[in-house]
Design a protein. Structure first.
Length: 182
């Protein structure tokens, strides 16, 4: 099932919110508490779009399998809720990282401002912020260092010798401390 074809199915149909008597009957049948929330991870299941549409407002007939499914959903609800919140947090971080990178690349920040911002974030243990450090170095530091390098390179042999001294880290970045030594 592809993400683009995925919808959220309400195991116990959402329309029952407006039909309290019918809802209570089904909750009793499944042994669920009256406080059961139809719009919660305890009742949501990923479903293929076409299958969800064909099910529509139909409420599954009580079976031990369906009851077991609802019990498993209820058991995992708090973990799924935490994951959902983390995804939302990451979405905001990703948006912030993207805006920062665009600002650095477009020159909206001076090199010093970009370095100061990165310095304030250095204690955050997050891959996105480590990527920002590399991006700032690449956009701010590297051009100046490569420019200085190109001004002093007079021969192809000297350039090859200088390039052989560069260290590439596991992520494919040139180690910033090495360029200063060349």
């Amino acid at each position: 099932m592809r993400f683009s074809n995925t919808t959220i199915d309400h195991v116990i149909p959402e329309y029952l919110i407006d039909k309290p008597e019918d809802l209570n009957k089904i909750l009793n049948e499944y042994g669920l508490e009256p406080s059961f929330k139809i719009n919660s991870f305890a009742n949501w299941l990923p479903c293929h779009d076409r299958c969800n549409k064909s099910k529509g407002k139909y409420c599954l007939t009580f079976t031990p399998g369906t009851k077991s499914l609802l019990e498993r959903l209820a058991k995992s609800e708090s973990d799924v809720l935490k994951r959902s919140q983390k995804i939302k947090e990451n979405k905001n971080i990703d948006r912030l990282v993207g805006k920062f990178i665009v600002a650095v690349e477009s020159g909206s920040f001076s090199g010093q401002e970009a370095r100061e911002i990165i310095e304030t974030l250095k204690d955050i243990d997050d891959d996105d912020f480590r990527s920002l450090e590399n991006e700032v170095w690449f956009c701010v530091e590297a051009p100046a260092q490569f420019s200085a390098l190109s001004e002093r390179v007079e021969t192809v042999e000297q350039l090859l010798d200088d390039l052989s001294k560069l260290k590439i880290d596991a992520a494919g970045f040139i180690s910033p401390d090495v360029l200063g030594d060349i």
